[in-house]
Design a protein around this ligand. Structure first.
Ligand code: LLP
Length: 436
């Protein structure tokens, strides 16, 4: 993880310097830090809006096929973020009953919600059916039986799509690849026809089509071309066998720039969609997460200490792996920049940036080139809008960080800072503990 100096910048126009001060849109971040304390997540409404509109525009050119953008809540399920997308016209991709309730609470219409996930419980399925969502993406043949039984009991017909595992390598991080045959997701592609036939035969089920999601943070469209091509073959085979196929859900996964990656442009992605499935006449569903929110958010922290490490200086900040787990989990790179640039351009130095948690994995960056930091300085972690706050925990009894949303010069706290009292209150000591 040795860094090229030029890449240590936040890859988003919504977080840029005015003079020496980093701002979120028009708000100076030191002011936000003074108001709500550190660490905190900060999202830009302009950033969320721009990425959504860009994807919408790219998909609008898709040969007249109706396309629904179902924002993947798992990337960032703050109510304000979901509500912002709801107002832009988005649907939602949810993977739990909890996410389904969040989507509905934030104003996403039920008929624009798709429910994915390998392990839906009967209660979650019943909730989805009661809510009248657009479709359930089914990941196993046993799940078909369960949905049929739940739909029969509820007296409704469930619209389902079969998530197919195409056995295509998305060429991304091993832990976020989902479309290889060894991965736990979807129905093996060889089983498409019998599974679809079973869905068609079961009571109170209507198979609408197929779904697919091959992985996350894809930096190349070639795996999409391969996977969507296989999906198209399955559609033709199903139709040849007399089945109706009207809907294709192509998942998410388009990557973003964290450092100096050049992810596919939405137009290039849309071109592959058109080329592979464009002629099938199906309505299309997309499930983007990271590409809509990743670069619309940052994490701001304060430097607590700078000490001489055995090799180089170590800056200890007040955010940790419980706040932003990606570096510890996936060796992920996030830009780290000073919120206030030093006055007389001192030479940059290589520093390690670490959190206070008691394990060596709580390291955000090794040998990162930064202006020499001193205690009290604020730093911002770039590209933290996706899989940041949602993956936070209270490890080391550190309450998860608050979240703010900025629009122009307006600020709103959209998730309050939790307290240690909140954590303790959720637990209890049995009254028999210590009794004889
Ligand atoms: N649809 C399904 C079925 C998914 O499993 C996912 C992500 C998405 C859509 C959205 O993918 P996106 O457009 O965000 O790439 N925590 C990891 C990423 C896990 C992604 C899980 N599935 C990370 O921090 O990189």
């Amino acid at each position: 993880m040795t860094d090229r100096p030029m890449s240590n910048r936040i890859p988003s126009p919504d977080f840029s310097y005015a003079g020496r001060t980093l701002r979120a849109e028009r708000l100076p971040l030191p002011d936000v830090a003074a108001e709500i304390g550190t660490p905190f997540y900060c999202y830009s409404l302009a950033g969320l809006t721009r990425s959504y509109r860009a994807l919408e525009a790219a998909l609008a050119g898709l040969a007249g096929l109706p396309a629904t953008i179902c924002y993947a809540l798992k990337a960032n399920s703050n109510q304000a973020v979901i509500a912002a997308f709801a107002q832009l016209g988005a649907g939602a991709d949810v993977v739990s009953g909890g996410e389904l309730r969040r989507a509905l609470a934030a104003g996403i219409p039920a008929d624009r919600i798709v429910f994915s996930g390998v392990g839906k419980t009967r209660d979650e399925i019943a909730l989805a059916l009661r809510s009248g969502i657009r479709q359930i993406n089914v990941e196993s043949e046993a799940e078909l039986d369960l949905i049929s039984a739940a739909a029969t009991e509820a007296g409704v017909t469930a619209r389902v799509s079969l998530r197919i595992n195409p056995d295509v390598d998305a060429r991304t991080h091993d832990k976020i690849s989902t479309g290889r045959k060894q991965d736990k997701f979807g129905i093996a592609i060889g089983r498409t026809l019998p599974a679809y036939a079973r869905a068609a035969d079961l009571p109170n089920l209507t198979p609408a089509g197929l779904a697919m999601h091959i992985g996350s943070q894809l930096l190349d469209v070639a795996p999409y071309r391969a996977a969507f091509g296989r999906l198209a073959e399955q559609v033709r085979a199903l139709r040849a066998a007399g089945h109706e196929v009207t809907s294709l859900d192509l998942g998410g996964g388009v990557g973003i720039t964290y450092r100096d990656e050049a992810p596919p442009r939405f137009e290039d992605y849309a071109a592959v969609v058109r080329e592979t499935v464009g002629g099938l006449g199906c309505e299309l569903v997309f499930e983007p997460g990271r590409s809509l929110v990743g670069n619309a958010g940052i994490l701001v922290a304060r430097v607590l200490y700078v000490k001489d490490g055995g090799i180089r200086p170590i800056a200890v900040v007040d955010a940790a792996m419980n706040d932003l787990a990606r570096p510890a989990m996936y060796d992920a790179y996030h830009a780290i920049v000073p919120v206030t640039q030093p006055q007389n351009s001192p030479d940059w130095v290589e520093m390690d940036v670490v959190g206070p948690i008691c394990e060596s994995g709580d390291t955000f960056a090794v040998a990162r080139r930064l202006p020499p930091l001193v205690p009290g300085d604020l730093v911002a972690f770039g590209s933290a809008g996706a899989y940041g706050s949602v993956m936070s925990s209270a490890y080391n009894s550190r309450p998860p960080a608050p979240e703010v949303l900025v629009s122009g010069a307006r600020l709103a706290v959209v998730r309050a800072r939790q307290t240690v009292d909140d954590l303790i209150r959720q637990e209890s000591v049995p009254d028999w503990l210590g009794s004889a």
